[in-house]
Design a binder for this molecule. Structure first.
Ligand SMILES: O=C(O)[C@@H](CO)OP(=O)(O)O
Length: 254
């Protein structure tokens, strides 16, 4: 047997707390919805968990979406780490859900059937139909994405998220880890699925079965090669995570 790999770097992943559209069971993607009161509470609890475990982030990376930004702000405030440097980047945004943004998940499942619904939700390379620029839930013209120009996504599958997220991982997050900083990444169900797929080397097929709960810090200790010491990492509240993972998996079912 080879020697156990040793923890060299500390990475904490945090999906935002429950959002208003999580609560209503709507496809969200890049629509910038706020947290519910439950979501704010989850963020506070996340901060308590970090503090209790002595996992104190030195640097934060977030998406450009309010639900991730607010979750991180609250969690860091509770952990007394509100002062650390912050980097925000669209590459950590949720998967763009295309023309499904704003639609009810259960109604979409009823209309198109379980197979199509799950292909859009969890298929690795099945993007939903693109959103029109004049759709009320389009991001065309949003100043925060002005730099993207014509590259602004109109829809994405998970494969597209991996492709746009990994350059940011390599260029901005890995250097912070290599400096020995404890890194907090506050992001989204599908952008974090893309990152976990990369970290754990999960296949295109198996990633369909992986769901990330809202608001529970997921600790990855990484070895010198950035491989997880414990595959899948460790949720700081494992029993709450197990229950919440099941809820995400069942979304759209009655
Ligand atoms: O609607 C969304 O943007 C995501 C996350 O809430 O949903 P799903 O888990 O269905 O991919």
């Amino acid at each position: 047997m080879g020697a156990m790999s040793e923890a060299a770097y500390t990475l904490i992943l945090l999906r935002h707390g429950e959002s208003r559209w999580n609560e209503k069971n709507l496809f969200t993607g890049w629509v910038d919805v706020d947290l519910t009161e439950k979501g704010h509470e989850e963020a506070r609890r996340a901060g308590e968990l970090l503090r209790e475990e002595g996992l104190l982030p030195d640097v934060l990376h977030t998406s450009l979406l309010r639900r991730a930004i607010t979750t991180a702000n609250t969690a860091l405030d509770v952990a007394d780490r509100h002062w650390i440097p912050v980097h925000r980047n669209w590459r950590l945004n949720e998967r763009h859900y295309g023309a499904l943004q704003g639609l009810d998940k259960a109604q979409t499942r009823d209309k198109y059937g379980e197979e199509q619904f799950m292909a859009w939700r969890r298929g690795f390379d099945t993007p939903p139909p693109p959103i029109e620029d004049d759709d009320e839930f389009s991001q065309a013209g949003d100043p925060r994405y002005a730099d993207l120009g014509a590259d602004l996504p109109r829809t994405e599958c998970l494969k597209d998220v991996v492709t746009r997220m990994l350059p940011y991982w390599d260029s901005d997050i890995v250097p912070d880890l290599r400096e020995g900083q404890t890194v907090l990444v506050a992001a989204h169900g599908n952008s974090l699925r893309a990152l976990v797929k990369h970290l754990d080397g999960i296949s295109d097929e198996d990633i369909a079965g992986l769901n990330i709960p809202t608001g529970i810090p997921l600790l990855y200790e990484l070895d010198a090669d950035l491989a997880p010491v414990t595959p899948g990492g460790r949720y700081l509240d494992p029993s709450a995570a197990a229950e919440a993972i099941q809820q995400v998996a069942n979304q759209g079912k009655k």
